[in-house]
Design a binder for this molecule. Structure first.
Ligand SMILES: C[S@@+](CC[C@H](N)C(=O)[O-])C[C@H]1O[C@@H](n2cnc3c(N)ncnc32)[C@H](O)[C@@H]1O
Length: 289
């Protein structure tokens, strides 16, 4: 029973909110932390209630008690939905654009110095709905000659299977890319939708084919082909506790060699989490050894 006096749930602005006790919050918070590394402080309680109420409704459940029971007997599939519901997927093409200019300059420099011996590996860790890795592919295609482009491999990973599905499709509403129109040549990166896809754009195949998407939980066991020459892990660690950040940064650093680059979110830093990098520009780091 909740304070509205109705059994289990109540309607609020069109969304049915299920009654959510402190005990419910603590159980969910613990599960989310164990499974995703995301730390939910008390300020997130309403957000969790709102996002999961949608899930409970989808499942046809009557209460969070039932949902907790379902999670207890879960084979992993509901945990996937839980992670999808809790993650924050905010992203954009050319988000923190100075970082992509920096990448463009480094790639152009290398090309001018004679090109690339082997593969150039770029990893977008926490790629969300794909805007970040496609921006990287866009830069690669803009800056490099075809023979060098072919050597660039972009790996894009995320824990959120729904976000990854959007990323793999590479289809976005026009208003997502419209703000870029003055600054970038949109025709070089997108095809305009027609018929049922009117109002949408699709990432061009020559960008799409440069990116490999994979579901990967950063706080579980994983391995990627190393060295990663350019590692983007932006606006992911902000959701983690310092201890989780420290442990993750150590493993991410293991994927890179001396001189490789790390890109963080604008509000993130390595201060007190990792001393293996030197800061070379705002939110851009270079591996020391
Ligand atoms: C705010 S988005 C950042 C997207 C992009 N990197 C950017 O800066 O625009 C954070 C992403 O991190 C992902 N994430 C959160 N916890 C994760 C984990 N344990 N493993 C992998 N990805 C995770 C979320 O699913 C979400 O898509």
């Amino acid at each position: 029973m909740d304070i509205s006096g109705r059994p289990e749930g109540f309607a609020s602005g069109g969304l049915e909110l299920y009654a959510f006790t402190e005990a419910d919050f603590l159980v969910i918070k613990q599960l989310v932390h164990e499974h995703t590394g995301i730390y939910l402080d008390h300020s997130k309680r309403f957000l969790v209630q709102t996002r999961l109420s949608r899930r409970l409704k989808q499942l046809g459940l009557k209460s969070f008690r039932e949902y907790r029971r379902l999670l207890q007997n879960d084979d992993g599939s509901e945990l996937e939905h839980l992670a999808n519901a809790i993650t924050t997927n905010t992203t954009a093409f050319f988000r923190h654009d100075h970082q992509f200019e920096f990448l463009a300059e480094r790639l152009a420099e290398r090309q001018a110095q004679g090109g690339f011996d082997g593969e150039i590996r770029i990893w977008s860790a926490g790629c969300s709905t794909g805007e970040e890795p496609y921006t990287i592919a866009w830069v690669v295609n803009r800056v490099l000659r075809p023979e060098n482009r072919a050597k660039v491999k972009i790996l894009a990973t995320d824990i959120d299977s729904e976000a990854l599905a959007v990323a793999e499709a590479g289809i976005y509403p026009e208003e997502v890319v419209a703000p870029l129109a003055g600054q970038y040549d949109l025709r070089g990166a997108f095809l305009r939708g027609t018929g049922p896809y009117r109002g949408f754009v699709k990432v061009r195949p020559e960008l799409r084919e440069r990116v490999t998407f994979r579901r990967l939980n950063l706080i579980r066991d994983w391995s990627v082909k190393r060295p990663v020459h350019y590692l983007f892990c932006r606006n992911v660690c902000i959701y983690f506790h310092k201890d989780t950040q420290r442990a993750l940064m150590e493993r991410l650093a293991d994927t890179q060699d001396e001189g490789d680059y790390l890109f963080l979110g604008q509000s993130e830093s390595l201060f007190s989490t990792c001393n293996l990098y030197a800061r070379v520009a705002p939110a851009i780091y270079r591996k020391l050894y």
